[in-house]
Write a protein that binds this ligand. Structure first.
Ligand code: ZN
Ligand code: ZN
Length: 61
């Protein structure tokens, strides 16, 4: 039985995070986006800021 690397529990199905490669259960991440809880939070925060910076750069050009 696979083990979720985030909650360390044995689960029926794990999904592999495309960002860090961790195997997570459906409670520990977004199985549609294939990102674990840690990476999903990071991605949302970082991407929001990154996009904003990019837009400013493009508009000033
Ligand atoms: Zn889990
Ligand atoms: Zn991850």
């Amino acid at each position: 039985m696979p083990v979720c690397e985030l909650c360390k529990k044995k689960v029926k199905v794990t999904y592999k995070c495309k960002a860090c490669g961790a195997r997570f259960c459906e409670k520990c991440g977004n199985k549609d986006k294939l990102s674990c809880e840690d990476c999903e939070e990071y991605e949302e925060g970082a991407q929001g800021r990154y996009r904003l910076e990019q837009e400013i750069e493009i508009s000033s050009d």
